[in-house]
Design a protein around this ligand. Structure first.
Ligand SMILES: Nc1ncnc2c1ncn2[C@@H]1O[C@H](COP(=O)(O)OP(=O)(O)OP(=O)(O)O)[C@@H](O)[C@H]1O
Ligand SMILES: [Mg+2]
Length: 405
């Protein structure tokens, strides 16, 4: 037996052992990541902590079966708060349906040993080396080509989401994962939702600095254009090297926006101010005109005329007049990138149905836990099927090599 086929045999035996005990505590081991205990399958071994956010700690991990790096996001005490728990499940259910090169893929989940007693949820994702926040505030100097390529990839990911009527609702640099070859993938779908979902839209979405004005000015009456506003603030942040509108609170946020783009013309844009409090506030403001984007982003910041034109179209107060994702992809700023070949792959639409019926089964913590367990088992089954497929292909290749000799 050749060395290669022996190693496949070994892996196969190892896999058999693992699958028979997929949810058995003996097939798991524990390690600490930034003080957080990770209890995961033994084929995952720790590499380094890479990030943390409101809902989880993320650890770069080696998946020893494939010998590849993955990222495991641990969401602790996932059922303490139903709203937070639903966010985790929403992220899982959405990622299960997505398959796009600019969206971070879900690779696996770790089913708990006891379906009734678990408190933590582990989501295994494709590993990415950094995120756009870290890149913007690192010493690396970004050029106009970087801005183009990053924004182009965000738009491709968004086109895919918006084609399925899903809004991300929390686009910001730290939710955009980036590799050293500048490949970008959108992550963190905890706040995402479908426009067709029969649940209410809420005001408390999008980290304040990246929040579109209509979220604050109209009552639960917004659409996918809120993501386009966020794209504008992200492009501006890359150009200026600091957040565009770093508001301390709701009113401060609006004031900063109006300082740059001017106060809204209530004759033309009244339709976007359905919140009476916001309307009264805007009516009291002394009118301000739009600042020169050429001066604000050009000059020492060096934004090109095309970048400035795109910014003007992304940062429009009225969402109906704001550029859509399809229009933005056709903008001259992406002339060098939007080739026929890239256009075709940018046109990829999400074909899998995004399931949301689980939302209605999560009214209690028990219901939520049952739904989460169901998701864990389903995702694990998909992941195992892929591993078996991978094994078969490896064994076929191995036979071919043997026959050649
Ligand atoms: N797949 C990944 N590969 C590498 N790093 C990642 C990955 N996923 C997340 N991270 C890192 O972990 C951070 C937090 O992840 P994520 O945004 O998914 O968590 P969160 O708790 O929902 O965050 P938030 O504070 O935005 O609500 C990211 O900003 C990123 O730096
Ligand atoms: Mg995040």
């Amino acid at each position: 037996m050749s060395r290669k086929s022996k190693s496949i045999e070994d892996t196969r035996n190892m896999f058999k052992k693992m699958t028979t005990k997929a949810t058995d505590s003996k097939s798991k081991h524990q390690f600490l990541v930034s003080g957080h205990k990770f209890n995961v399958d033994t084929f995952y071994s720790p590499h380094k902590a890479v990030g943390s956010g409101a809902y989880g700690v993320v650890c770069a991990t080696i998946d020893n079966r494939y010998n590849r790096k993955v990222a495991i996001k641990k969401c602790s005490n996932a059922f303490e708060d139903i709203i937070d728990g639903k966010r985790i499940l929403r992220e899982v259910r959405l990622l299960q349906a997505f398959d796009h090169e600019n969206i971070c893929p879900l690779l696996d989940m770790i089913p708990p040993t006891d379906p009734h007693k678990f408190t933590d949820v582990y989501i295994v994702l494709n590993y990415m080396e950094s995120d756009l926040h870290k890149i913007i505030y690192s010493r690396n100097k970004l050029t106009d080509e970087h801005y183009q390529y990053f924004v182009y990839q965000i738009l491709r990911g968004l086109k895919y989401l918006h084609s399925k009527k899903v809004i991300h609702r929390d686009l910001k640099p730290s939710n955009l994962l980036v590799n050293s070859n500048c490949d970008l993938k959108i992550c963190d779908f905890g706040l995402a939702r479908g426009l067709d979902w029969k649940t209410e839209l809420t005001e408390y979405v999008v980290t304040r600095w990246y929040r579109a004005p209509e979220i604050m000015c109209s009552h639960q009456d917004y659409n996918e254009k809120i993501d386009m506003w966020s794209v504008g603030t992200i492009l501006a942040e890359m150009i200026r090297g600091k957040p565009l509108f770093a508001g301390d609170h709701y009113i401060h946020q609006l004031n900063l926006i109006f300082e740059l783009i001017g106060t809204p013309n209530l004759k033309d844009d009244l339709e976007c101010v359905s919140n009476v409090k916001a309307l009264k506030y805007i009516q009291k403001l002394s009118p301000k005109t739009t600042k020169s984007f050429e001066k604000y982003f050009g000059g020492c910041h060096g934004a090109t005329p095309d970048a400035i034109d795109l910014l003007k179209k992304l940062l429009r107060f009225n969402p109906n007049k704001r550029i859509s994702v399809d229009e933005a992809l056709e903008h001259p700023y992406f002339r060098a990138l939007h080739s026929e070949k890239n256009k075709q792959s940018a046109d990829a639409v999400c074909e899998k149905e995004v399931s949301y019926d689980w939302e209605f089964k999560c009214k209690t913590k028990k219901g939520l836990k049952q739904q989460m367990y169901k998701a864990c088992v389903e995702v694990r089954a998909e992941s195992q099927a892929k591993w078996i497929e991978h094994q078969k292909n490896a064994s076929k290749q191995d036979k071919n090599i043997k026959n050649e000799h």
